[in-house]
Each structure stands twice: as C-alpha cells, then as structure tokens.
Design a protein. Structure first.
Length: 324
C-alpha cells in the first residue's frame, strides 16, 4: 500500500495509536516476508544451548522469513503503520522507560545479554536511532561500538575477530553501529576481496550468531530501510546546515552512485542471514518518529520476553537496621 493510499483510509484512532482502518499488513507485503504483530515469534531452542528468547517485532516491522527469498524493493520505506505522529512520540517515552527498567534487571541478573545490530545505507539513521531509543539507559550496562575501516591489526585476523571481541558480556546490552555485515556489503560492492571470499562469509556469519545465541545472547538485527529520494533529502539538509557539515562526507555522493548495487547486497544479506537464531527485522525508516517508536517497542518487548530477574538477596536484609 502506498503512503498516499493509506492516508485516505484512516479512521478513528484507537487507544494504542493505530487508526481503525490502518492496514498494518499492507506496507509492501510480499510472499517472502512475515509481518509480526503483538504475538511473540517463538524461536526454537538451539540444540545443546540455552533456549533462544522470542523476538517480538512491533507492528509495521517486516521480519524476513528464514530460508526464503526476499524482495527488499517491495517494502514501503515511507510506511507509518497508520500511527499518529504525536501519539508515537509520547509512546516512545513510555517504551524508553520500559527499556531502562528492564535493563536494570538484566544487568543485575548477569546471566544473559542483548545485542542490537543496526545496518543501513548512508544517512539511514543508525546514529539517530541509537541516540533516541537508548536515551536514559545506564551507560554502565550498555556499550555502543561503531565499526569503521579495519585497522592493520584487525586485518591481520579473521574477519569476525574484531566483532567477536565487542559482543556484550552477561548482563550487558551491546550495540553494533554497522557490524559484521559490512564484510558482505561494502566489501562486496567495492570489490575489496574476490567474490568467493565474501560469498563464503554468509555461512560464517550464521555460525557466529548461532554461537552467540547458544551462549545466552539474544540478537535483534534492524535494517533501517530508506528510499533513494529520502537519502537525497537528508544529504541536501546536511549540505544546507553549516552545523551539520561535520557529518557530511563527500564520499557519500560517490557511494550514492552504487545505490542499486548496495540494495542488492542488502537484500542478499537479509535473505541469507535471517535465521531462527537471529531473524532480520526490516524497519521502514523514511519517517524517523515511526522508526524510533517501533524499534524502541521491539527492544522493550523482547527484553520483557527475556524476563530478567533480580538476583535473590541474602536472607535477613529486610531486618537489618542502619546505626546512627
């Protein structure tokens, strides 16, 4: 369903912010994508490992069906799920509060961890999403890693070495701003290694993520999907605002010429690396307010499904008194 079409079919807004006539399943649905609502997507336990927690994707997010072909171009980047913008901004604050409370329990429990992976084309909104969704989170229990061009030391190791070193420990929320997927994206588009090398990496990535989930890490992988027109708008805004010039890299204009090649690389990575252990979640991201809300809700709902618990306190604490 196009954005224009959806705007002409809105009705009375319900308490959850969704209009009665809004079609949450019409945002570019294809036969290769699962649309997830309030119900948890149950993921089977990994053999010999800890049970994988359910990934609870908010309505409006596309879950890429493991093992199926996926048409990224069929997903409407401008979809807003029929939500009201003002309502979504208020609801975002509530989801942040949930994340903060659940993070404290996760940190105290110190038994499992959560890894958030963000991928997008240039200007896709990774920085803004992380800043918005995790606002108020205790920095002691959260670590954000932004992966740039590999250093000489990193190049001397296998391609996953630098990523594995930054995965979250027990009790932590880890955030990858760009990730191990760069090695089947930019490496592929720029031809930095032979085709046979990057083709072999999809299986290695799946093995890596399965190892993490079997070790107690729940993985949420978000692809922030924007249109080429929206990228142009955001690049022009950076050029027009002197205070945003620090964010503008002229190389982005060169990369834009490879738009189609990147879209194909993203589509292949999403299809080949969406697994029961770590499904890919495609987020329509032309509207920042919608993107932020559905991702925050997904993080909060998934943490709630993990159900972290405060550790049992030593007996007798309640009876103690503090001396004057």
């Amino acid at each position: 369903m196009s954005k224009k079409h959806s705007k002409h079919h809105r009705g009375q807004k319900r308490d959850d912010g969704v209009t009665e006539s809004a079609d949450l399943h019409g945002l570019g649905r294809t036969s290769t994508a699962r649309w997830v609502g309030d119900a948890a997507q149950a993921v089977p336990a990994a053999p010999g490992g800890q049970p994988q927690m359910p990934v609870r994707a908010a309505p409006g997010i596309v879950t890429v069906e493991p093992g199926a072909r996926f048409d990224l171009g069929a997903v409407d980047t401008g979809a807003d799920g029929g939500l009201d913008k003002d309502w979504a901004k208020d609801a975002l604050a509530e989801e942040r509060a949930r994340i903060v409370a659940l993070q404290e329990r996760l940190y105290a429990e110190r038994a499992r961890s959560l890894l958030l992976v963000f991928q997008a084309i240039d200007t896709g909104g990774k920085d803004g999403t992380i800043r918005s969704v995790l606002k108020g989170v205790n920095p002691q229990g959260c670590a954000v890693t932004s992966f740039k061009v590999p250093t000489s030391d990193e190049r001397d190791h296998d391609f996953l070495w630098r990523y594995h070193a930054r995965t979250p420990g027990r009790g932590m929320i880890g955030v990858f701003n760009r990730s191990h997927y760069e090695d089947v994206l930019v490496v592929r588009v720029k031809g930095l290694v032979p085709d046979a090398v990057w083709q072999n990496r999809y299986g290695r990535i799946n093995d890596f993520e399965r190892l993490l989930t079997e070790s107690g890490t729940t993985i949420l992988k978000f692809f922030l999907h924007i249109s080429k027109a929206e990228q142009k708008k955001r690049l022009e805004a950076r050029i027009a605002d002197p205070e945003k010039h620090w964010k503008f890299d002229p190389a982005d204009l060169v990369e834009r010429k490879s738009w189609d090649a990147y879209q194909q690389a993203f589509a292949d990575a999403l299809a080949r690396c969406s697994t029961p252990d770590a499904p890919w979640l495609v987020v329509p991201a032309d509207h920042k307010w919608f993107r932020n809300y559905v991702i925050a809700r997904t993080v909060a709902d998934t943490l709630e499904a993990m159900d972290p618990r405060f550790p049992e306190a030593p007996k007798g604490i309640a009876e103690l008194t503090v001396p004057d």
